[in-house]
Design a protein around this ligand. Sequence first.
Ligand code: DP6
Length: 320
Amino acid sequence: MQAAARAQPNIALIKYWGKRDAALNLPAVGSISITLDALVTDVDIAFDEAFADDELGVNGEPREDLLPRMAGCLDSVAGPGRPRARIVSTSNFPIGAGLASSASAFAAATVAAAAAAGADLTTAALARLAGRASGSAARSLYGGFVELANAGDGIVVESMLTAADWPLEVIVAITDSSPKPVSSGDAMERSRRTSPFYSRWVDDQAHDLDVARTAIAARDFEALADVAEHNCLKMHSVMWTSRPSIVYWNAATLDCLAAVRTLRGKGTGVFFTVDAGPQVKAVCLPEDATRVRDAFESIDGVAETLRSGLGPGARLRDPE
Ligand code: DP6
């Protein structure tokens, strides 16, 4: 009973921030994302009645601290009476630093666990299960442009465009790859309880989703750029006005945003987005990606850049 899967992280252009049901991990708002191709997480899972306990290795290290959440994910896919599991997760990028490593890890784990348990589930069902482990993971079941919508007492995740339909590129500026001080789940709950802007954020989301949906259908880069930057800054305003405030940015984060603004002002096809961490993700037209990468690399405090196209959804792969 073993299986292996691969998934790529996704970056939200219209963000998920806040939960409407913390126990079921249901988001307060819908979201729209793009799945990447160059950042990869591979997860191998073996179930065996002979194992005494679950074991999790991440990038070659045993990670007891991450095990309860991973075990919960496996319970929801294979049932709490499942055999104990050996889980090996390997990512080719920093984890826990605002690069959506939980999205790719839980998407791959959900696909691998279902196959290892012999469960034949649709992609939609796998997305719902991945979303229980991490809200953003539900989106990594699909490639290209993806929308996660709230529907009744659950979520519906759908592909809007494939990666080939609109092959944008992403340059990530890594300004600090140390683990984030507050997990996104804890930070969202703090925002929900304490930010005076939180309810306005939730109320406005339907409008931003509508604008982004129309822009994506029309491949209208400028319209998508405007709404994505606005939605990102609105989410961070909610974080900053939480108590205690949540500020993931550093000086280089701001310098990268300024560089994107300058380039955009000169007609370069680029816009920024920032998640629960200090890294800046610049979404670019392919012909402008090198210019954006060069601009980021000239900024003090940018340790490294990563370049990616858009990629496919989570899928099974041959075990190592
Ligand atoms: C800022 O999916 O990590 O990246 O459901 O608690 O695991 P949990 O949260 P998570 O939150 C992602 C927040 C975000 C925005 C986004 O990806 O939509």
